[in-house]
Design a protein around this ligand. Structure first.
Ligand code: GLC
Length: 718
């Protein structure tokens, strides 16, 4: 991209030190416990180049006008907000959207959210959140891409393109947003799932699990990155060498690094900075361009400069990157009027509704309770714990929940059945509940997490369904009526009894603005649930952290043998595996082929699965394609995801579906781009989830074209 270097360099040349530092400061309405900030005055003085958490076109237009017309140099503002899963029209939370396994949908929803937000004066979002997570104790699992790095990398690519356009083509348009890949890196591995706690992962795990989605975001042209609050092996990410050595140098990221909220000042609390001056110097030297909501840059950088802790060129370089982002967003051209579509104009469909119903995961339906029939005895709805805004979940931007009405949506979807809500009080005692449910044909019981139990600052030592809800659930189930549980959550919840006793359990996550309609669509059979678990669902808290692609260990689990990698007081396998999810029909993977079954470095092969719809209803499923390197110089995971193939089939129809993989995709994923496959034997596996019993496997040999003896070469490598 040709930067207007002369224009911006000339502008930097005219800036005072205070104005330069002002461009590195992001401020906004303070939290309740902090003194008020006069935003207008700060902007007018050139003391703030970016603002966050201010919404509404009129006020943003006013603040931009102050920046452009009343500050000395007229430099426009970055106006920022966390637009994670929608702006006004709210989509399912990111973890739910990942469950759709549809990169095209991920891109569409980001583009729709970008159009809504930009039209309202927002130019930058702090999204996508790309923290792979395998620990349901961590509340922010809800905001992220799930447990699998390969899937997370595709999510990253789609979201960046959705927000910014391909190669940033929409950054200057009234439908584009600057995206921020966050939180760099491995925040999802906080110790014991405890929010903001230290992270200790091996370099290999960092490379293969946590870095890939960030590398994908950078490859997709993301224009900003946000370091995580946490320290990684004692090095706070806000002053980490990884920002310079890996992100900027190895990956060539030349965009803006914006700190997390107050994180620069928190370097003092981390114990790596003596004071704000030291903190500012450490962060700027590491590559952090913008200090979000901390006084460190504003008060510390002038002193750091005087003390020689930072150089004028460090400050100028940061200012140049911030101004370049503003230029790329077209902010120096003045802001054009709103011409963007609202999200609901997209394809004439209600995009939030489509995304929501495709995100639902049907964990079980033992007795074919779903879909509910159009005729029959009344449907009793019990959902006293969760109010309408809980449909939106954490980070709802300016979405409002008041229009969400599950009872109304169900009544509309079942015009020939009575739908009634059981008042919360009646759920209290057996007799009252029994009389309330008398004559009903089915119970729809919605329970799970409220919004405040999910997202940032919501680590849970017991990621379970609250006892008060379970008590009612067991009472309802004891009534003997078919009961469909709608599970609202931002993470897997440990609920062995409920999972065993409920006939059907539909995970609806936090489904967004059209969640009620989407639930009615699925409960009525107008649509089938398509979601597949993006995270492994544990049996027991003690299994956490847990995921479906561990390394095998020297004594792989064997429930019959005490001296293998297992528990004596709980199952070793999860309750549900990564990728699990049922529909309204059943599928069989009848055959798996790999052609050719011997390839050299640089060649490719085709994986073909023969799938059949065994049911009487058209359905959609996804075939996952995994690899396993049987023998390498280091132990490899038992499964590594390398493909997902959606397939829709008519009743009883079969089809061959396939993907082509290159031999370099047999290599471990790597954030440093230095990974290569090791010649030798591989398994290519396919199935409808990571559950071992459902996988078919075929051997593939990766030959070494040099003809060297594979085994000997590996020993040398080792
Ligand atoms: C929060 C979050 C971050 C968010 C930022 C601004 O603390 O960690 O994800 O973008 O502050 O709201």
């Amino acid at each position: 991209m040709i930067k207007p270097v002369s224009f911006l360099a000339e502008l930097v040349g005219r800036m005072t030190l205070a104005e330069k530092i002002g461009q590195l400061v992001m401020t906004g309405p303070p939290p309740p416990d902090r003194p008020a900030v006069d935003l207008r005055d700060a902007i007018r003085r050139g003391a703030a180049g970016s603002i966050l958490n201010v919404t509404g076109r009129p006020v943003l237009d006013e603040l931009q006008a102050i920046a452009r017309q009343e500050s000395r140099l007229g430099i426009p503002l970055l106006t920022c907000l966390d637009v994670l899963h929608g702006y006004r029209s709210i989509f399912p939370i990111p973890l739910a959207e990942v469950a759709t396994l549809d990169p095209a949908l991920w891109e569409r929803t980001a583009a729709a959210a970008a159009a809504e937000a930009r039209r309202d004066g927002i130019v930058m979002t702090f999204a996508p959140m790309l923290d792979v997570c395998r620990d349901p104790r961590w509340g922010r699992m809800a905001e992220g891409p799930g447990e699998d790095p390969w899937l997370a990398a595709r999510y990253a690519d789609a979201k960046v393109k959705g927000f910014q356009g391909i190669d940033g083509a929409r950054l200057r348009q009234p439908t584009g947003l600057a995206a921020t890949a966050k939180h760099f890196v491995a925040y999802g591995a906080v110790t014991a799932g405890r929010e903001y706690a230290s992270v200790d992962v091996s370099r290999r795990t960092l490379d293969e699990v946590y870095l890939p989605p960030f590398r994908a975001a950078v490859s997709a042209g993301v224009v900003a990155v946000m370091p995580a609050f946490v320290d990684l092996a004692g090095e706070p990410m806000t002053s980490s060498a990884l920002l310079g050595d890996l992100l900027r140098t190895a990956w060539g990221f030349d965009g803006v690094i914006v700190s997390d909220y107050g994180a620069v000042a928190e370097l003092v609390a981390h114990g790596v900075a003596e004071d704000l001056t030291h903190a500012a110097a450490l962060a700027l030297s590491a590559g952090v361009d913008i200090d979000m909501m901390s006084p460190a840059y504003a008060t510390g950088l002038p002193v750091a400069l005087e003390k020689g802790l930072v150089l004028p060129s460090d400050i100028d370089a940061a200012v140049m990157r911030v101004l370049t982002l503003k230029w790329r967003l077209g902010l120096f051209d003045g802001e054009r009027g709103p011409t963007a579509l609202s999200c609901n104009d997209d394809d004439g469909l209600d995009l939030p509704r489509e995304a929501a119903r495709r995100s639902f995961v049907l964990l079980k339906d033992d007795r074919g309770a779903l879909p509910l029939g159009q005729h029959g005895d009344p449907i009793a709805l019990i959902d006293p714990w969760l109010d309408r805004s809980d449909m939106l979940g954490p980070w709802p931007a300016i979405g409002a929940g008041d229009a969400i009405d599950l009872g109304g949506a169900l009544a509309k979807a079942f015009p020939h059945r009575t739908v009634f809500a059981v008042p919360c009080a009646l759920a209290g005692s057996d007799e009252e509940l029994r009389s309330a449910l008398r004559g009903s044909g089915v119970v729809v019981l919605r329970l799970g997490e409220t919004t405040v139990m999910s997202g940032e600052g919501a680590s849970r030592a017991f990621p379970v369904i609250p006892d008060s809800q379970l008590a009612v659930a067991h009472r309802v189930l004891a009534m003997g009526l078919p009961t469909v549980v709608l599970l609202s959550c931002g993470r897997p919840l440990i609920a062995p009894d409920l999972l065993d006793s409920a006939a059907a359990i539909l995970v609806c996550w936090f489904p967004g603005s059209s969640g009620a309609e989407a639930l009615a669509d699925v409960l009525s059979g107008r649509s089938e649930p398509e979601g597949r678990l993006p995270v492994t669902w544990p049996h027991a808290i003690g299994q956490i952290p847990i995921h479906s692609s561990p390394r095998p260990a020297g004594r792989p689990a064997d429930e019959r043998d005490r001296f293998t990698s297992r528990y004596i007081d709980a199952p070793t396998a999860p309750r549900f595996w990564f990728g699990h999810g049922l529909g309204f029909t059943r599928f069989a993977l009848e055959r798996l082929d790999v052609m050719p079954d011997r390839v050299g470095l640089g060649e490719s092969f085709v994986v073909t699965a023969h799938v059949r719809n065994l049911g009487g209803r058209t359905g959609r499923t996804v075939v996952f394609v995994f690899i396993r390197d049987r023998t390498a110089h280091i132990a490899r995971p038992v499964l590594e995801l390398r493909g997902m193939i959606p397939v829709t089939l008519e009743p009883h129809a079969g089809a061959d579906v396939g993907i082509r993989l290159r031999s370099d995709e047999l290599a471990p994923l790597g954030g440093r781009g230095d990974q290569r496959p090791e010649p030798g034997d591989f398994d290519i596996l396919a199935g409808f989830s990571a559950e071992p019993s459902g996988l078919k496997a075929i051997r593939l040999v990766l030959s070494d074209l040099s003809g060297g003896s594979v085994k000997q070469e590996r020993r040398h490598d080792a």
